[in-house]
Design a protein around this ligand. Structure first.
Ligand code: ADP
Ligand SMILES: O=P(O)(O)O[C@H]1O[C@H](CO)[C@@H](O[C@H]2O[C@H](CO)[C@@H](O)[C@H](O)[C@H]2O)[C@H](O)[C@H]1O
Length: 463
């Protein structure tokens, strides 16, 4: 077996310049100071060669591990130019997730089960898989890299790694065991090693080729509304409210299954204090980075403090595992109904925070924010038009209400209709909007107006 040492040395010298150009790299807010190899496994030897590499990316006082698939060969494959990293011994090396000749091996290893160095390939008990399929990376915006094998399976390679079992896999397995119908079936996984701990690096699920994501469906409905200036949302052929209601029921059922599979914890006054403190801390941090938020800080702080004033025991909602970053882009409409995807939580949150038990109202708040986004997105960058803004708000109101009604139908007692917990729900929505301010500031500055407008509206008593 070729010693990968030289290639890895070359790789880490190129990575500081190359990483920031990758969509999935989460550290674009500051320069990469250095990259240190943590491990390299040869998966295919010779020409071509395939390596699995784990590196530590150092950005000042921040150090985070990432995984890469690295290909090296004399005949260049047809891959995106952004995948080329450098050259070693006359051979070019590149990020290999787009090289179907090489990635076919990952599925085949899961089908066969077994170990290569520290990497363990497994399928789920009872899963019957077909190998020999070629993969293509999906093209949608994502924080990880997913490969679709022959339209049958989708393998998500987690980019930023945290030691241990990934929350996405943990929750999918728990929901599957509970018989939940609202997830895509998990059929396999790849485990590596990080800080001496077995660590999830990949998750294989059944791929649903005919599914449409919630964001695409909702924004189509909004586009219909904007084109039909005489009609109200409920009069539209493309009215989304029926889907929003079914989506609410699906989310409530997932929450109920997560609670029964992984348990709950009661909410006490200390917990409410911690919640408010976390929201206030996030507000301070984001306001420091985004000056546009400054004028809203006092009203936001008052909304968060109001949660602390809630009478003890007034919130009957227990803490439990939740999705953590629920929005319309994380749900798929299949012929059989709605599925929820990607249970990792907010990409920027530290792993301990992602695993913390939370109120399920946070997911409800995330989805309510998403209805606002879907309604407003066509207006981004357009001159102010109060009539169009009102139509967008009307669409959002209708679908937010339908979602909550659907949630009440599927919710286990005592949660019921989320709107019954108005004060808390409002605080969670505002907290999510503060997160979005940071997200848009860092990723899509043109969209910053969407969460800022929502903050202004909600803190002035609107929906
Ligand atoms: N089982 C599936 N069937 C069809 N499409 C899927 C499936 N799982 C994920 N996708 C598509 O892949 C995209 C990214 O998946 P996701 O798990 O959200 O990745 P990330 O964590 O990187 O954001 C989704 O928005 C969806 O369009
Ligand atoms: O899907 P990710 O886990 O990467 O989530 C991040 O990106 C989302 C955008 O792609 C971002 O979502 C925000 O924009 C959506 C519209 O594009 C909207 O539906 C969401 O409500 C809004 O929060 C998400 O916040 C971020 O974590």
């Amino acid at each position: 077996m070729t010693d990968p040492g030289h290639l890895v040395d070359e790789l880490v010298t190129e990575l500081p310049g190359w990483l920031p150009s990758q969509r999935w790299f989460a550290g674009k807010d500051r320069p990469v100071t250095a990259v240190r190899p943590l491990g390299a496994t040869v998966l295919i030897d010779g020409d071509p060669q395939l390596l699995h590499v784990v590196v530590e990316v150092i950005q000042g006082d921040r150090q985070e591990p990432y995984q890469l698939l690295v290909g090296r060969r004399s005949h260049p494959p047809e891959i995106a130019s952004s995948s080329w990293i450098g050259a070693d011994g006359g051979l070019n090396f590149y990020e290999a997730s787009g090289d179907a000749d090489l990635t076919a091996l990952l599925l085949d290893k899961i089908v066969a089960q077994g170990r290569v160095g520290p990497l363990v390939f497994e399928h789920e008990p009872g899963a019957e898989l077909t190998g020999g399929l070629r993969a293509r990376p999906i093209t949608s915006e994502q924080s990880n890299t997913s490969l679709v094998y022959g339209g049958q399976y989708i393998l998500k390679l987690f980019r930023k790694l945290s030691p241990g079992l990934n929350k996405d896999l943990l929750l999918h397995r728990a929901l599957q065991t509970a018989g939940c119908e609202h997830i895509a079936e998990v059929v396999g996984s790849i485990t590596g090693e990080l800080a001496g701990e077995p660590t999830t690096i990949g998750m294989l699920q059944v791929y649903l080729p005919d599914a449409v994501d919630g964001w695409a469906m909702a924004t189509t409905s909004v586009r219909d509304l904007m084109a039909e200036s005489e009609l109200h949302p409920e009069e539209l052929g493309g009215d989304f409210a029926g889907e929003a209601e079914r989506l609410g029921t699906a989310v409530a059922k997932v929450h109920a299954d997560l609670a029964s599979a992984l348990g709950t914890e009661p909410v006490d006054a200390d917990e409410l204090d911690r919640t408010v403190k976390a929201m206030a801390d996030r507000l301070d941090e984001v306001a420091h980075a985004v000056p546009e938020l400054a004028e809203h800080v006092p009203a936001l702080r008052a909304s968060f403090d109001a949660v602390r004033e809630l009478p003890p025991g007034s919130s009957p909602i227990s803490m439990q595992y939740v999705h953590g970053d629920l929005h319309l882009g994380q749900v798929l409409r299949t012929v059989g109904g709605w599925l929820l995807l990607d249970f990792e939580g907010e990409p920027a949150a530290p792993v301990a925070e992602r695993h913390a038990l939370r109120s399920p109202l946070r997911d409800v708040a995330g989805m309510l924010r998403s209805f606002d986004y879907a309604a407003q997105q066509l207006l981004v960058g357009q001159p102010d038009d109060p009539a169009l803004t009102e139509r967008a708000l009307e669409w959002a109101r209708r679908n937010r209400a339908a979602f909550c009604e659907g949630y009440a139908l599927g919710a286990a007692a005592p949660l019921g209709d989320p709107r019954e917990h108005g004060e808390l729900l409002r605080a969670f929505e505002l907290d999510k909007a503060v997160y979005e301010v940071a997200y848009e500031h860092a990723n899509r500055p043109d969209w910053l107006a969407v969460p800022l407008a929502a903050i202004a509206r909600i803190t002035h008593g609107g929906e």
